[in-house]
Each structure stands twice: as C-alpha cells, then as structure tokens.
Ligand binder design. Structure first.
Ligand code: GTP
Ligand code: MG
Length: 630
C-alpha cells in the first residue's frame, strides 16, 4: 500500500487540528497544555486510509503543526518529511502572517504537491467566502499550489460540509505524489522520544528513505552508537518493517530516553558521517533583509536545528530574492546528505528568511579543496550521478576516494557506487578510486622520479619502493596501483624492493666495467689470501667514489663477501672453504686454529675472522679452543 505523509500549514486558530480530526477522527493535540489552551504547541499525528482513484488504497499519515509564531521551530520539525501539504486558511480571517511564513517554508523545502483548504466556511456568508477564495487563489498562483494544478476546497469541520470533496481531492493528489524511495539507505529523523508500557524506549519519525526491519542494526547520529530495532509499529500496530513514507515508531534495545532526542537521526549502520559544515545553494526570501557573508542564522533540517554561520561563495552580500552558493558551518554536527532541504531563520528577531538545498556534506581538507568551488557545486547541483562521482573523486586528487566512502558521500547503496564508478571511467587503486587525468599525471611523475634516480645513481640497480613513494608523495594504495599499471605497461620493472625503469638499472661505462672485472679478478685469484681492498682500489683507473660504488655493487650482488671491517673475500673462495670443512667432518669432527691454518695456509690474522665467519654461518661451532664441524 502506498504511504503518503500529509502536513498541515497555516496561521494559528485557522482550524488545522479541527480539520485533521474531522478527516481522521483523531485529535492530534496530545499535550494536556494544548487541550487547556486550545492551541497546538507541538506537532501531532493522525492517520487515514483512503481509496485511490485506481481502486487501490492509500495510507495517509498526518503531521499537524502549530500555527503560533512562537512555535514555528516545532512546525519545522514536522514539516521536513511531508509529501503533500494542506494549506489551511480560515474563511473568516483570510491570509495572516503565519499563512505566509508556512507557505514560504513549504516552497523553500520544495514540497511539490498540496491542497489549499478554506476552513470555517460555516462562519461566513457565500459572498465573503468568494472574496477570501479569490484572495487565497491570488496568493498561491504561480506556486506549486497554483489553482490550475492544485485543488482549492472550502469546508467546515464543524458541519462537515466540503469534507467529502477534500477527501476525494486528497486521494487524487496523494495518488499522484511520487512515493519515497523504500530501496534507498534508511534514514529516520527522530521527532519524538518516549517510553511505552510493555514496549520500552520508543522513537517516532517520518521514515524519509529506505526500509527498517525488526532486528535490524541502525546507527544513531550524532553519537554513532549502533542500536538494534526490537520492534516496529506503524500507526500503533506492530509491523515487520516500516517503509519510506510511513510514520514510524521503533522500540530500540538497550537505550533509555536520555540517550535520544528530537533532532537525532537513525540511519543505515556503518555508512554515514556526521558533518559540521555543508556546501549548499542558499535562497533568500524577497521579504528578508540582505544577508551578509558570515552572518549567523538558525538552521533547520529534518527534525534538527542548530546555529550556523553562512559563508557566501563569491559574494559579500546576498540580496533579498537572490540565491548563492554558501558554506554553512554548524555549532553542532549533524547528519545531512546531498539533496536535503533546509530552512534558515534570522538570528534575531527570529523570522524565516530563506532556505535551500545541501549540495555537498563531505567537507574535504583545505589542501584538497577545489580551486573553483562554484564549478564544483554546479556539478553537484545539475550533474548526472556519474558526473557528480567523477567530480568528487577528482577533487581528492592523488589521495583518491575510497569506494567505501561513496555510499555515505552520495547517499547511494554500495552496488550503485560500484556501478557509477565503472560508468565514470575512474581508475581503481584498491580500495580507492582516482580520476583518470590525475592517474596519468601520477604515472608521469613516478617515471620522472625514477629517471632522475637512475641519472643520479648510474651504478645502482634501482630505487627502493619506499623512497620512490616518498618522492612521488603518494599514499600506499595509489602508489601500488600506479606501480602495477606501469609494470603492466612494461615502463618499469620491480625486483624485490627495487624499482627500475625498463632498460635502465646498472649501466656501466667501459672504464667502470673494466674496473669491476679487475676487482673481481683480484679477489677470485687470491683465494683466501686476499689483498687489502685499499690496495686493489688504488690500482684502478676510476676515481675513489666510483670505485667504492662498484664495490658496493659487488657486495650487494654477493660476488664479494665482507667478513670483517678489513677482510673481503670472493664468494668462490669462501664456497671452497665451506666444502673443505664439510669434507673434513668424515675424518675429524673437530678442528682447532693451528689445524685450520695448516689446512688453508693463512695466517692467524685471517684464520680467526674466517673461523668466526664460519661460526656465524653455522658451518662450525666454537667449543672451548676448538670448532665442532656441524
Ligand atoms: N465555526 C468553525 N469553527 C472552527 C472550524 N474549524 C475549527 N474551528 C474552531 O477554531 C478554533 C481553532 O481551531 P484549531 O483546529 O485548534 O486551530 P489550529 O489551526 O489547529 O490552531 P493552532 O494549532 O494553534 O495553530 C477552535 O475553537 C475550533 O473549534 C470550522 O470549520 N468552523
Ligand atoms: Mg492546531
């Protein structure tokens, strides 16, 4: 069954609550004080089922709001989730200040459908009724309530005259209202918190999106606590699930009324983030005073309110009737998402001055801030979902946007995020997405850094990955994404921890290659009776620094092996020694220094370091003055 939320709007005492009661039989004034004073103070609720023109049934949830100017903030807590408004004007009074203010609010919130209701028709004669009807029709003409598109119904809640006409108008308009998206990520702005005997802690609200099932885990904003839904009620009856567009009551496990308040939001778990500032399109009412850049305002969205500072983009002052991009900075963080509508009221005296729509609720760091905020926000406002995603990824530059953050940033399900990412032609560097142009630039930068390294270090096989990453100033995800891609394209090679440009690496000049050979030869032919390194290097054609680099290379490649500060051997000589010692094991399990000297022909100066080397290599183990052959 389709569920539609109907809200009342209009000046105090114009008969809103009486109208809801005449329609539904329910008195939405539930507070004792309201009954005593005969006015509505806080929002109240009622419901009604009507046959739709096509024979199906429509469930209407009513949110009745107070008309008193002092309670506009309560009205704002109720009006956020409505699909259809009943703009109530008493025939004996006509248009009054809160008729205007409530109507302004409905327009600023972009409520699309409604019915204009002239109440108390019994209290005036036919002629007066006609005069008021004309006045009201004039007032709403050109708006979403234009009489050419939306019904105007005169009635009396006292006598019931006109009620049937209103019901059929309601059924017609409600059937035309676009249903809220029950497949979207769930969001329930809380408007009431109380305890119910036998049911525990209860929150109510209009489910503005998604579906909430019994036993589901949700997250509370602010606070971030996760909660389990113990029970669901729709209009006082238990239900398995609540779907978008329904007035919803939830019993939450393990929470007391102190943990919860109007203005908080229950939403899909592990998806959204609180925000302290949003970028928005802000419109000022023609009746408002000019708004200065940086002015403080009262900010209302859904059931929340806070104080906000309005930073205008590209202008110092917003003129009445004009609109501008603005950043709203909140005194307290809240959950807001792109597309959310809001109202702003003047700081003092408090009157409604404007409103708008949130374009971006995921502030980025100053470093990542886009140079042209207006261009970015224009895409947020008018772009297709892929364009919006592409711009969001592009502004993250080389840091990229984690796929996991897209649902929270754009209010889309994960599957949708993945689909959009594929469509927007982004580069996937698990787990982040990077704009194709940014990725191409990073590739160039990495290749350049690598080239410079090779130029500066001709004798080194490659650059260490971490040094390259540091040089390119990249996070690990994007760095390894780029490295992988460049390796695929055979622009570079990766060997262990080292990265080298294809075709580069160790490129020796003739002199160096010759020197390398000389050194190697000198040690290879010396066996264990090695010359001093200094001596060998002194006899080379190349300079000291280059000679040292060659030695470093030979040591790195394990052609030469250093066993102590002074002693360097060719690996083949040490290999021979190991074989000899191993062969000895068959005849004698132990060897002492004298025996070792005899066997190898080296002096004590070489014998001790060599034996210590063999101990380290676990070829021998020292036992007293002897070595046990292992
Ligand atoms: N004669 C007549 N009186 C009505 C009609 N509808 C409401 N009233 C009376 O008007 C007074 C105000 O009605 P409410 O329904 O409380 O008005 P409201 O718009 O809800 O007022 P707030 O919620 O305080 O803004 C009450 O005394 C009602 O009995 C009507 O159709 N005819
Ligand atoms: Mg009322």
């Amino acid at each position: 069954m389709k569920s539609v939320i109907v809200g009342t709007a209009g000046h105090i005492d114009h008969g809103k609550t009486a109208l809801v009661k005449a329609l539904t039989g329910i008195d939405a004034d539930r507070l004792e004080e309201e009954k005593r004073r005969g006015i509505t103070i806080d929002i109240g609720f009622a419901h009604l089922e009507l046959p739709a023109p096509d024979g199906s049934r429509i469930r209407l949830g009513f949110v009745d709001v107070p008309g008193h100017e002092r309670f506009v903030r309560n009205m704002l807590a109720g009006v956020g989730g409505i699909d259809l408004v009943l703009l109530v004007v008493a025939a004996d009074e006509g248009i009054k200040p809160q008729t205007r203010e409530h109507f302004d609010i409905c327009r600023l919130l972009a409520i699309r459908r409604g019915i204009t209701v002239l109440t108390k028709s019994d209290a005036v004669d036919a002629e007066t009724l006609e005069v008021v009807r004309r006045e009201v029709e004039d007032f709403v003409s050109g708006s979403f309530l234009d009489p050419a598109k939306s019904p105007v119904v005169a009635l009396s809640s006292l006598t019931g005259a006109g009620l049937d006409e209103l019901k059929s108008a309601l059924s017609q308009v409600a059937s035309e209202v676009a249903a809220k998206d029950s497949a979207a990520l769930a969001r329930l702005p809380i408007d009431r918190v109380f305890t119910m005997k036998g049911f525990g802690t209860v929150v109510t609200g209009t489910l503005v999106a998604g579906t909430i099932r019994k036993e589901e885990e949700l997250e509370i904003f602010p606070g971030g606590k996760s909660v389990r839904v113990r029970g669901v009620q729709i209009h006082g009856s238990p239900a398995e699930a609540a779907i978008a567009g329904q007035r919803t009551a939830l019993n939450l496990a393990g929470l007391s009324t102190e943990d919860l308040a109007r203005g908080m939001t229950l939403a899909a778990a592990d998806t959204f983030r609180l925000t302290s500032r949003v970028d928005a399109l802000l419109s000022l009412l023609p009746s408002a005073k000019p708004l200065k850049d940086g002015a403080r305002v009262h900010f209302h969205a859904h059931t929340t309110e806070t104080i906000a500072e309005a930073r205008l983009y590209g202008t110092k002052i917003l003129k009445p009737g004009a609109e501008a991009y603005a950043q709203l900075r909140f005194a307290e963080p809240m959950l807001l998402l792109p597309g959310d509508r809001f109202i702003v009221r003047q700081f003092s005296p408090v009157v409604t001055i404007g409103g708008g729509v949130v374009l971006d609720a995921s502030p980025v760091t100053r470093k990542q801030r886009v140079a042209d905020a207006a261009a970015f926000l224009k895409i947020m406002r008018e772009g297709s979902p892929e364009q919006v995603l592409a711009a969001r990824v592009a502004r993250r530059g080389a840091i990229g946007l984690p796929l996991d953050e897209i649902p929270g940033e754009m209010n889309v399900r994960r599957e949708e995020a993945t689909r959009l990412a594929a469509k927007a032609e982004l580069v996937w560097c698990n787990p982040v997405l990077v704009a194709a142009a940014v990725f191409a630039k990073i590739k160039t930068d990495v290749l350049q850094a690598l080239k410079k390294f090779h130029d500066d270090n001709p004798l080194v096989a490659g650059m260490s990955k971490e040094e390259l990453r540091d040089r390119a100033n990249l996070g690990p995800e994007v760095f390894y994404g780029v490295l992988g891609r460049l390796a695929e394209e055979t622009k570079l090679g990766v060997a262990g921890e080292l990265v080298h440009l294809s075709g580069r690496g160790v490129v020796m000049k003739d002199e160096e290659a010759e020197s390398k050979k000389i050194i190697e030869q000198a040690f290879a032919s010396a066996g264990l009776k090695v010359p001093s390194l200094k001596e060998v290097l002194a006899g080379l054609k190349v300079d000291k620094i280059r000679a040292q680099k060659i030695v470093t290379l030979l040591l790195r490649d394990k052609v030469l092996i250093k066993i102590s500060e002074e002693l360097v051997f060719h690996q083949s000589a040490l290999m021979d020694l190991r074989h000899k010692i191993a062969a000895l094991k068959n005849t004698a399990p132990k060897i002492d220094v004298a025996h070792f000297k005899d066997m190898t022909g080296v002096s004590r100066k070489y014998a001790i370091p060599l034996l210590e080397y063999l101990d380290r290599e676990r070829v021998t183990r020292r036992v007293g003055d002897e070595r046990l052959i292992l």
